[in-house]
Design a protein around this ligand. Structure first.
Ligand code: ZN
Length: 286
């Protein structure tokens, strides 16, 4: 009995070594991100690469801030999916299919990478990065709400720069309903972040998100690649066109597609929110 007692005491440290290290937020985040990305892939909300990118973004976002951060991501993701499903049949006739289908890896990273990187920097303890995280998702939400709402209303968009009427579904065109939706989308994310204690900087996040969305439209009207499909006699933003025909570059840079513009917009949105809190902490930090 004494001997077996001694043996079990000797074995105790070995069992300790074998037992699992406590789960970190990154482990938990990866677990739920994989489940959700799989479900989104099966529901054709995300493509394969889109699901992979979503796992990376989701893991970093949850890992760096737990459920409050996840709630901010969901505010963007769930509201975008719901809005994109409203009036789908009507949108299909107006907008090229590339903008309606499942989101691929580049689209997911364009909307979520800046937020995820800011969230990771926030682990260092500087609260400005947390505001940047929320503002990056506020920008992505603002832009998505604007696009989905602007496509639904029966009003021709006008160029944000020249005010001239533009075809529906091309970048750089704005409608009053879309602009109102952009402001609401940014405010929505700011209020969700406030309610889950992810960030209390409601005004800064709303300004950042809305500014990022405006920058998106300005870039869309200037440097973003605009193409023309001779077969369909129609301006578009993809090469080849959805009809399969090659398209001609009419304006902008070849590589400056919708994803690059979305990415730059989230950089602007996050930087604007961080900037106003940094320079005017008294007004904007709450
Ligand atoms: Zn075509």
């Amino acid at each position: 009995m004494t001997r077996s007692k001694a043996r079990s005491r000797r074995q105790a440290p070995r069992i300790d070594r074998l037992s699992l290290a406590p789960l970190t937020n990154f482990d938990i985040g990866a677990f739920f991100a994989i489940l959700i990305a799989l479900a989104a892939w099966r529901a054709k909300v995300l493509t394969g690469t889109g699901a992979l990118a979503a796992v990376i973004i989701g893991t970093l976002v949850y890992g760096s801030g737990g459920w409050p951060n996840a709630a901010v991501l969901f505010a963007f993701f769930i509201s975008s999916v719901i809005l994109s499903r409203i009036g789908r049949a009507r949108k299909k006739n107006l907008v090229d299919a590339g903008k309606l289908g499942a989101r691929d890896g580049e689209q997911v990273l364009a909307n979520g990478l800046v937020a995820a990187v800011c969230a990771m920097f926030a682990l260092g303890g500087n609260p400005l990065w947390q505001i940047g995280f929320v503002a990056a998702f506020a920008t992505a939400t603002s832009d998505t709400w604007a696009t989905e709402t602007g496509t639904l209303v029966r009003v021709a968009p006008r160029s944000i720069l020249t005010g001239k009427p533009m075809p529906v579904g091309l970048s750089g065109g704005v409608t009053s309903a879309g602009t109102a939706a952009a402001l609401l989308g940014a405010l929505f994310v700011a209020l969700i972040a406030l309610s889950v204690h992810a960030s209390g900087a409601v005004l800064a996040v709303t300004i950042g998100g809305f500014t990022g969305c405006l920058v998106d439209s300005v870039l869309g009207a200037t440097v973003q690649a605009l193409r023309y499909c001779a077969g369909c006699k129609r301006y578009c933003e993809t090469d080849p066109h959805v009809c399969g025909a090659d398209t001609t570059l009419m304006r902008g840079a070849n590589w400056m597609n919708n994803d690059a513009v979305n990415f730059l917009a989230t950089v602007f949105g996050a930087a604007t929110a961080i900037g106003v809190v940094y320079f005017f902490p008294y007004f904007f930090s709450r």
